[in-house]
Every structure is written in structure tokens, then in C-alpha cells.
Design a binder for this molecule. Sequence first.
Ligand code: ATP
Length: 369
Amino acid sequence: FAPWIDPKSVPYIRFENVTKKFGDFTAVDNLSLDIFEREFFSLLGPSGCGKTTLLRMLAGFENPTEGDIFLDGQSLKGVAPHNRPVNMMFQSYALFPHMSVEQNIAFGLKQAKMNKSEISDRVQQMLKLVKLEKFAKRKPHQLSGGQRQRVALARSVAKRPKLLLLDEPLGALDKKLREETQFELMDLQQELGLTFVIVTHDQDEAMTMSDRIAVMDAGVVKQIGTPAEVYEAPDSRYVADFIGSVNIFEGEVKQNADGLVKLDSPDGFSEIQAVEDHKFETGQKLFLAIRPEKMNLTRERPTDANAASGEVWEIAYMGDVTNYIVKLDGGKMVRASTINRKRAVENPIGYDEVIWVSFEPDGGTLLDR
Ligand code: ATP
């Protein structure tokens, strides 16, 4: 949890055993989830896993088939969308085509009967947020897709609703603009003390912006945690795979003593040693999930407990890091990343080199198979 959140307080939003069916298809399956006031909360998952449906139920455009949703401790059953202190930005933007950019942004403020000078100030502030000051007089059809998306974002933030629901708000923006807007959104959310629930299938975006992330799969939440928790301590293979890239080793517990599990591994390492965070029994079948950046690549045989040799198979130079795929002598392909602290042009590890891959016992996460 973020430092300002008291997990014992009444959650701002509570999904309680919520199921949503469309005909006999279950889009959301008995899902329970708490979100706290002033959280930046992300729903992350592959296409079709039910993220948007959760937002639509929260906004009141769909009703749960079973279960209930609470806002500030009050059930939302029977509360019409316009009576919820919620604003939703849709994936489709839904801009008014006959209105200019500034009129689109001002629309909700006029409806809220804000006075003219306040509206004008607010619109300017929003235009600045999304960097569209020069486009204020244009109509939506005179804008690019990314610009339209920014207008929709500005319009949904303008009213400063206590709760803002954003469905893929930055999906149409190029990388640079997306990164800038991410930080500006975070600043704005902090400054105004708003609660944001955002839907995304972009894990980098969720990691960057969120206080907590719910990783979803087929209508259920697989894991909820801070970005660091879901990345560093995934509690299932699904989450380990979905967030970032990962190496999965299969093994069987040979010995479990002194907080160190020894695994018999058929994957090229003669034995894998891993620090345990659960109790595992001898003979139990486990996965070890380990991130590429936790793998060391060396030309000399390392002293690390877990080491195997192999051959460099693929190299992708990314600037800040270089990503390698190494084919271990046992045949398994593993991913390793090196941070380019020194200039990578000087004697970098190259194709077909025979190399050692190793990792520390506390580098990965053990998962029950
Ligand atoms: P995406 O990232 O592609 O937007 P999502 O996780 O937001 O996906 P939802 O839009 O919540 O997914 O949809 C979840 C599932 O429910 C999908 O399989 C979708 O086809 C189905 N679904 C959504 N709305 C309806 C509807 N009105 N009628 C029938 N099925 C629906």
C-alpha cells in the first residue's frame, strides 16, 4: 500500500463477490476487490479478461448479475450512473463532433454550473495538461487519434471527479508522449487527491503509474499488489509470465534446510538452490521463476551456486540494457539482460560465444506446480 493508505480503513470501493454474466458467458467471476481513497489502481490483464466490464459496473452502465459494489460503504444497487460521483473516460472517447476541443472540455463544467472565468481557467489548465493549447479551436475530426484521446482525457479530468475511471487512456499516444502524460496524470492525481481506477493491458504503464495493480485472467483476479510485489514476488506462474519476461525452471525439492531449497533440475543446472519463502517438502514439484535481469552472464565460470554454461543465441541491444537469449548445454533457452553501465560497444558478449549463466539463490521466486 502507498504510505497514505490505511488498509484497515473502510475501502472507498468494494467489489463483493461480483459476478457478471452475458447470457451464459461469465465475464466476471465471483470477484472481490477493495480500492482505497486516493489510490492509483490498475486493472491489468489480457484482452477479454473483464477489465472494462468491472469499470462499467462501477460507473453504473452494467449491473452485476450477482454480488454488490460499495462506494464509501454504500451499496450502489439501483444508483443511476449520473448519481454516482464517478467519471469515466471511454476507450471510444465519445467526443462531441460539432464542438471544438475547448467546448468539449468545458461541456461538463457548464453542466455543473461553474462560473465562466473558472471554466476558462480550468479549460486552459486541462489543455496544458494534455499539451493541446494550440488545438483549442479545432473540431475532433481535425485531430489525430492520439490528440482525440488527449481531449477525452482532459474532458474526463476537468470536473475533478472524486473517482475517475480510465479505460486505456493513453493507448493511442506515442511512447514519448505517453510517458510524459503518465507522469502528469500521476502528479495531478496526487495534487488533487483523486482516486483513479485505470484499465490497461500495458504492463509498463500499470507498473509506472499504479499504487497497486490487480492482475486479471478470465474474469478473476490472480494477484493484487504493488508493482514491486507483482513483479518481484508473483504468486503464480500466470502472473510471473504476464508481467515482464521471466525464465521458468522446473524442479523437484531434493532438500529443504536452513531456508534454502535445493532443487533437482532437468533444465541444464545440475542443481538449483533457492531461498524459500514458503515451506516446501522433499519431492514436491516446483517452478522457479526468475527475471532476466537477475541472471548474470560471465565469460569465466562464476562462483554463484546456480550456474550453467551455454551459447549466445540471440542479442537485442536496447540502449539501456542488452537482452540475450542463451541456449544452455541442456537445450533450454534462457533470457538474460545486462545493464549497459559501461559502453556496450567495448568487447560486448557476442553471438555464438560460449558463456556462463548464473543467479543468486534469492534471485527468483519458488512457485508450487
Ligand atoms: P479489452 O482489453 O479487449 O478491452 P477487457 O478485459 O476490458 O478487454 P471486457 O470488455 O470486460 O474485457 O469483456 C470481457 C468479456 O465479456 C469478453 O469476452 C467480452 O466479449 C464479453 N462481453 C463484454 N460485454 C459484453 C456484452 N455486452 N455482451 C456479451 N459479451 C460481452
